[in-house]
Design a protein around this ligand. Structure first.
Ligand code: MN
Length: 216
């Protein structure tokens, strides 16, 4: 389908075109990040949250939508406290295979630094995006508000992404990632945010440091 990405910059075309920005930033003879081929999609769309020790340490939050991973950099990471509003800055669509990527992006490359998969699983659209399947979830994102239920190894429950700045007039596009109140939420003061330096991969059990030591 000829959908615009959440960033509004991706025009028409298929999945290959939507990965143009992703591929344009990387040299695949140097980095082991996936180039993006035809990965089979599961019955339920996937999500992944990576921790990325780049120039600035941040979390990357990614949701499978129409064959690619819609992506946001979340500097402080997700919180299970519904009163926390976490800034989420959109980044380029990533290939589905990226949900399995952890490793060290070489120095000098785009995003140089260590990546671990902090959480992974599937999600279900909630609210308006629920009725028409993934297409209308994409529509909800285009309209600037989408809520969804995460079934992850670590995170479970409702979350919402809301666009707060549309990226026009020279300002960067910005969203908020907020936990909804449910059995998976915590109260103020309880441990609500992972410590990125101590956190362990949901895929391999490794910390950032262990991945760096093993793969650098
Ligand atoms: Mn990143």
């Amino acid at each position: 389908m000829g959908s615009r990405g959440a960033s509004g910059e991706d025009e028409g075309g298929g999945r290959a075109d939507r990965l143009e920005r992703y591929r344009g930033k990387r040299r695949f003879d140097t980095t082991a990040e996936p180039r993006g081929a035809d990965a089979p999609s599961g019955d339920e769309p996937a999500f992944v949250i990576q921790i990325h020790d780049a120039r600035r340490l941040h979390f990357d939050f990614r949701l499978e939508v129409d064959g690619v991973l819609k992506s946001w950099a979340v500097p402080r990471g997700p919180s299970t406290d519904p009163t926390d509003k976490r800034l989420a800055v959109p980044t380029e669509d990533h290939p589905l295979e990226y949900r399995e990527y952890e490793g060290v992006i070489p120095g000098g490359q785009y995003g140089a630094g260590t990546v671990i998969v902090w959480d992974q699983g599937t999600y279900r659209p909630l609210g308006r995006g629920r009725e028409g399947g993934p297409d209308s979830f994409a529509g909800a994102l285009e309209r600037g508000h989408a809520s969804f239920w995460l079934d992850g190894t670590k995170l479970r429950g409702g979350y919402a992404l809301t666009r707060i700045r549309n990226g026009q007039d020279g300002e960067a596009e910005a969203w908020l990632l907020v936990k909804e109140k449910d059995a998976g939420s915590t109260r103020k003061g309880e441990h609500a945010t992972p410590d990125p330096r101590r956190a362990r991969s949901a895929r391999s059990g490794r910390t950032l440091r262990q991945v760096l030591d093993e793969e650098a």
